[in-house]
Design a protein around this ligand. Structure first.
Ligand SMILES: Cc1cc2nc3c(=O)[nH]c(=O)nc-3n(C[C@H](O)[C@H](O)[C@H](O)COP(=O)(O)OP(=O)(O)OC[C@H]3O[C@@H](n4cnc5c(N)ncnc54)[C@H](O)[C@@H]3O)c2cc1C
Length: 578
């Protein structure tokens, strides 16, 4: 064995999974001339056999892939569309033979913003090829060690390439090597214990199956219910202490993944950690899904005993960064994995761009973005608090999903669309306000637990319908005209309009929940009145901030390119061809 010294890079990315590949493309697109290298033991052709969880993406992940990475056409041509999320609870847990044996929340129309479900192995294979063509260096090897020197001192990456050991030098290291935790272990940066994740302690078992008889799920005929496919949604199925997904993962082989997230205090690992046990679990609790997997060709089974972990630091002042599963992973109910990756990648690129350019505020950005992403990870985990008790209760869970979607669509999505997460000043305001919102949501979770204990039914809340609160409100409807007027430049999307509405309708939902669940006493309880008025206060304060924002931006066009085109169009004169 001998050691070889190779060129110096601006950035070395460890691992070319979903996160690492997306990061490299983003760096190459945003920072002309940047010198980037990727290292992974897998070549493109190896990835074919490297089964990965199918990535169901919500709107943020899809906007990131398509708009930010410029992959609209590629995604349409090679991957599957996603028609929102559907949710199903058995009417009687002992009778789950068919889909009709369930109560549903069906997505009833194609959502305004596209989302997608990608075949991860194909995506990574294609992106690695594109990255190489764009000039990224690639080393097929295994990282054996890294030297994480302080500050701007060059870092060293030690790579095993077959029998050869090479040493690479770089200014920045991004660890996206998944659950190898190369940087995480070296820096004692990881938090695995459930007490660091709001008590969430869950594992996952899943299978890939090809060519299933999809009529067993749905025959596609629903002329009075919906204007979109039910099959090409992310379908969620519930039971006590667990939920399951069905995600179509491949357009060519008709492959799907079916998996469960199970809470250990209800379903221990030993009950579900082999394919036989998983199938027996399906047969006993979700016969329709058992029939579905048995109708196709089983491809592969996986088990992961612990799904959640997070990191204390995401982006270090010492120029190392943790990304994707190397940084954190959550219960995948809301596809927070790819949302987190989208926020992280754009943050990392901006930090590296500012540092390479020697900008004075680079460290301020690094610190703010790190705080935002650490907080986002905490919130994504918080959304899973007390779930084990509530998942199987259709009424309670439907209210919970409604509330959570209000904040995902009403705040997280506009923050992403308007790139507000790249504005340190906005991040400071966001971090100040987040604990009070989290406190109210935590209180709601506690109250939902009481409703589960009482076994009451307070109705089924449907996130897609506009006839449940008032003013035609639905959580999924944009509260600002950022789509119709293409407000995609930084800070053009009016995040305050969405936040104001979200506070206001959360206050309405909150008081309605107290009324339906606990009657007059619930509405008038001091704690509940305090929460109600603090939500209204949040709405009023945000309205004040919105006025300032509108004043400051009144001369800024909603979209600069459209404004320019309209200006040019003043010179347009029709010229007859004849
Ligand atoms: C069961 C399950 C289902 C999920 N489904 C979804 C979903 O539907 N939607 C969603 O948003 N998120 C989902 N997630 C979260 C998901 O994990 C992430 O979104 C994403 O796949 C993480 O990708 P990654 O690139 O960080 O890690 P990985 O895909 O694990 O990639 C790591 C890469 O590092 C390489 N590597 C490892 N060790 C080394 C080394 N020593 N040297 C060099 N390279 C190395 C590997 O070969 C690999 O290519 C799911 C997670 C699980 C566990």
């Amino acid at each position: 064995m001998h050691s070889t010294q190779l060129p110096e890079y601006d950035v070395i990315v460890l691992g070319t999974g979903f996160a690492g590949n997306c990061q490299v493309r983003h760096l190459l697109l945003k920072i002309p001339g940047i010198r980037v290298a990727l290292i992974d033991p897998c070549l493109e052709e190896d990835l074919e056999e490297n089964f990965k969880p199918g990535e169901s993406m919500i709107e943020i992940g899809t906007l990131f892939l398509c708009k930010e990475l410029g992959l609209y056409d590629y995604v349409v041509e090679n991957h599957l569309p996603r028609a929102g999320s559907n949710f199903h609870w058995p009417k009687d847990p002992t009778q789950t033979q068919t889909t009709d044996d369930h109560y549903h929340i069906w997505c009833n129309r194609q959502p305004e913003l596209d989302s997608t479900q990608i075949n991860s192995a194909r995506f990574e294979q294609d992106l690695l090829r594109m990255n190489k063509e764009m000039g990224a260096g690639f080393f097929k090897g295994r990282i054996v060690d890294v030297d994480l020197t302080p500050g701007d001192v060059l870092k060293t990456v030690y790579v095993q390439l077959g029998n050869e050991k090479i040493t690479l030098k770089t200014k920045h290291i991004i660890d996206s090597a998944g659950r190898q935790f190369i940087v995480g272990h070296k820096t004692n940066n990881l938090l695995f214990e459930p007490e660091n994740h709001d008590g969430v302690n869950a594992g996952s078992a899943w299978v890939y199956v090809k060519n299933v008889d999809r009529d067993l799920f749905h025959n596609g005929y629903d002329p009075y219910g919906a204007t979109c496919s039910h099959y090409y949604a992310t379908n969620h199925w519930f039971g006590y202490g667990h939920w399951l997904w069905i995600i179509p993962t491949d357009k060519y082989t008709q492959e799907i993944s079916i998996g469960v997230i199970h809470h250990h205090d209800v379903i221990p690992t030993s009950d579900i950690n082999t394919q036989e046990k998983f199938y027996a679990f399906l047969k006993a609790n979700h016969t329709n899904l058992y029939n579905l997997v048995c109708s196709g060709e089983n491809v592969k089974f996986y088990y992961l005993p612990s799904i959640t972990h997070t990191s204390k630091v995401m982006f270090s002042p010492d120029n190392w960064y943790v990304l994707g599963d190397a940084a954190c992973c959550f219960d995948i109910f809301y596809a927070s994995g790819t949302t987190m990756i989208s926020f992280s990648i754009e943050s990392i690129t901006e930090i590296i761009r500012a540092k390479l350019a020697g900008e004075v505020d680079a460290e301020e950005k690094r610190s703010a973005y790190n705080n935002f992403c650490v907080a986002y990870a905490r919130q994504a985990n918080h959304l899973m608090k007390h779930r084990a008790q509530q998942l199987g209760h259709a009424s309670v869970m439907s209210w919970r999903i409604y509330l959570e979607q209000m904040w995902i669509f009403g705040l997280t999505l506009p923050i992403y669309v308007g790139k507000w997460f790249l504005d340190p000043q906005y991040i400071r305001a966001y971090l100040n306000q987040a604990p009070s919102v989290q406190r109210v949501i935590s209180d709601v979770y506690e109250e939902l637990n009481k409703l589960v204990d009482k076994g009451v039914n307070i109705g089924l809340m449907d996130i897609y319908r506009a006839d449940q609160l008032f003013g035609d409100y639905t959580p999924v409807k944009p509260q600002d005209d950022y789509l119709e007027n293409a407000k995609f430049e930084p800070k053009h999307c009016n995040v305050f309009a969405s936040l104001k509405q979200t506070y206001f309708y959360t206050a309405i939902l909150y008081i309605l929940l107290q009324w339906k669940g606990f009657g007059f006493l619930g509405v008038l309880a001091p704690r509940h009145l305090y929460n109600f008025f603090s939500l209204l206060k949040g709405a009023l304060e945000t309205a004040a901030r919105e006025r300032v924002y509108l004043q400051q931006t009144k001369h800024i066009p909603t979209n600069t390119e459209v404004a320019k085109m309209r200006q040019e169009f003043k010179n347009y004169r029709y010229q007859s061809q004849f």
